[in-house]
Design a protein around this ligand. Sequence first.
Ligand code: NIG
Ligand code: FE
Length: 405
Amino acid sequence: MKKRWQHCHAATMAGGKYSVIEDAVILTDGARIEWIGPRAAAPESGDCERVDLDGAWVTPGLIDCHTHLVFGGDRSGEFEERLQGVSYAEIAARGGGIASTVRATREASEDALFDTAKARALGLMREGVTALEVKSGYGLDLANERKMLAVARRLGEALPLTVRATCLAAHALPPEYANRADDYIAYVCDEMLPALVADGLVDAVDAFCEHIAFSTQQVERVFRCARDLGVPVKLHAEQLSSLHGSTLAARYRALSADHLEYMTEDDAIAMAQAGTVAVLLPGAFYMLRETQLPPIDALRRHHVPIALASDLNPGTSPALSLRMMLNMGCTLFRMTPEEALAGVTIHAAKALGLQSTHGSLEAGKAADFVAWRIGRPAELSYWLGGALPNRVVRGGVEIDVARIA
Ligand code: NIG
Ligand code: FE
């Protein structure tokens, strides 16, 4: 079914820029964009459905490339403790933090996890998200990691949403492996990853490289295993300290290294050479009251693509809004609204290995886009969250998120 979407302006985000087309026409054929350009140059589209977008600004569908949105329970109690001055690392050391979400996630049924995750995903979709990543990492044994990844797959089947599933088994040490981190990594590499990859549940493998999690040597073991299984890697790196996990990630041609507050210029150079995306997570920066800024200027200087994501998780970033992250990327990290929008479109697509099909409005790519009732693209970063009126199109079909229950 061919459609002609007209009476709009487009911020295509091709090449990481707005690449504005005023008075644009988008021709779609089924789930793909067939042509996009100025109305004056549009080919005759004959007998097709015409959709009037009423002067809207059209952007690619937003992509949240780093979430942990499948989890049991919440950590609002720890939030209150942190407000009293207890640190994230202190809470983790006494068995709270990630470990407490692991307990709640293990106790939850797959259906219960699906229901809460679906509600969070719908909230993101309402603000124009058409693709997102879901990480495991609160199961930490084969059955529970499988349960989380199965929920991620079910979300992609049940909703008009592209979902990438990332196995983050090396997120934290489960209690049954206390003081035996190397044994746990061996379990991850010898049993969990091969089984989960064989089940078709893993699009990428991630790990948490940090003094409160896993060392670079342990992460490298996970990366080698992923490489042998033919699965790309990503890494939580340089969030709380500088271990040069991002350089290690670059050596393994990681899709992305994420967080990065404590990264160095040499890390940025390694990432640029490898084409590894820097995923910045202002929600976690804000919630942890971090003061060390990620080195935006070094990333710019070395042309590292910068993505922004919600990091939606119950501990460090209970962020239910990706659009809020656009504002925070600008206000906290001094990104421009154009960089911020590239960070949730074309660069986010690259962080998920989807850049050839998603992330920009170009002929041949998925017809995933959002028509916003705004006067300028910068408004997407300017308004601090809130429901900006929009129409969301996924795979060439307009979706009514409010009616998906
Ligand atoms: O991305 N850094 C590690 N992982 C998550 C936090 C998970 C949690 O606290 O539950 C993050 O910030
Ligand atoms: Fe994370």
